[in-house]
Design a protein around this ligand. Structure first.
Ligand code: JFZ
Length: 315
């Protein structure tokens, strides 16, 4: 176990990437600015499935440069990258055989976004991880909807049986991403409606990937390898547990066109030093646009962190 965690413990600093169809509305629905985090716009505004699907027509990241993203992370002193393979809106950033609600089938871009990033990231000598929303899925029938009773939804089209969803979508997609991309990390999230029985088949898929590192958000009592304090730094770290604080640079994970509430580079560096001094890792988020660009404010801060690393980092 310790040998498996070794690279992760030494890594200290990683890039989180929240990217998907929500970058198209970018926080605005029918001329109204929707509160909360950008990737939750479908849930917040209770957008019907058919209407939300339309946004995929404008998710066309022709400016996507995975090599530049990998270099940006590397130059900032980051040692790993974790990207959303599927967030709560159910949209997959790779060509999934399980569904047509993915980048290859539902967007004009028409091809996988993850393999090129995996290659670029590993080409820079960094580790590559995948986020996967195993429980919440707001488009596939039966997927969990936070705030709703089991099986329920704001749209009849996404109501359904949760166990059926797990069996026909979550399990096969997890299997797909594990075999297609061989991620070094699998980052589960929001175990809405989960139980030990429901989580077990997902956890079992990890057995074929003994090197993989997982977090504590699968649900059903599975603790994984890492604690994931969100948007805060625990005062004294965690006793006997590896941990990783994930944090946004502004107020959202997914791109919101009008969120300019950027933390200063000084604050970001202060957070990094604080976290590392307490034995944790810092997973710092960027939210690219629907065209495939990381916001300039994020790039500027990562460059400045890189300059600090040149003087104070250990490699
Ligand atoms: C989840 C997601 O819902 C969100 O969109 C984003 O992906 C984030 C990284 O993770 O949000 C959470 C999950 C857990 C907590 C808070 C927000 N938590 O444990 O306090």
């Amino acid at each position: 176990r310790d040998a498996r965690m070794e690279w992760w413990r030494e890594a200290k600093f990683g890039m989180f990437i929240h990217w998907g169809v929500y970058s198209v509305p970018a926080g605005t629905y029918h001329e109204k600015q929707i509160g909360g985090i950008g990737e939750w716009i479908m849930r917040q505004a209770e957008i019907p499935v058919a209407e939300y699907r339309g946004y995929a027509q404008d998710f066309n990241p022709v400016k996507y440069e995975p090599e530049a993203w990998a270099k940006l992370a590397k130059d900032a002193g980051m040692r790993y990258v974790v990207i959303t393979s599927k967030h709560h809106d159910g949209f997959a950033l790779y060509d999934s055989a399980v569904t047509d609600w993915d980048i290859a089938d539902a967007s004009p871009y028409g091809k996988d976004l993850l393999k090129p990033l995996a290659q670029a990231v590993r080409g820079e000598g960094l580790k590559f991880g995948l986020y996967y929303s195993q429980a919440q899925d707001w488009t596939h029938p039966g997927g969990a909807k936070a705030g709703y009773g089991e099986g329920d939804s704001w749209d009849d089209a996404s109501k359904g049986d949760f166990d059926e969803y797990l069996k026909t979508v979550a399990v096969p997609q997890t299997e797909e991403i594990l075999t297609k991309f061989q991620p070094d990390i699998l980052w589960w999230d929001t175990p809405v409606w989960m139980s030990a029985e429901r989580a077990a088949p997902l956890n079992a898929l990890l057995a074929d990937h003994p090197q993989i590192i997982t977090n504590n958000r699968l649900g059903g009592g599975f603790r994984g390898d890492t604690e994931t304090p969100e948007q805060h730094i625990p005062a004294t770290g965690y006793k006997d547990r590896d941990w990783e604080t994930c944090m946004t640079m502004n107020g959202t994970w997914g791109f919101k066109s009008y969120d300019h509430n950027w933390k200063s580079t000084e604050t970001l560096l202060h957070n990094l030093v604080d976290i590392v001094s307490k034995g944790g890792n810092y997973l710092l988020n960027v939210g690219p646009t629907s065209e495939g660009e990381i916001p300039q404010a994020s790039i500027d801060r990562l460059h400045e962190i890189g300059k600090w690393m040149d003087v104070n980092g250990d490699s």
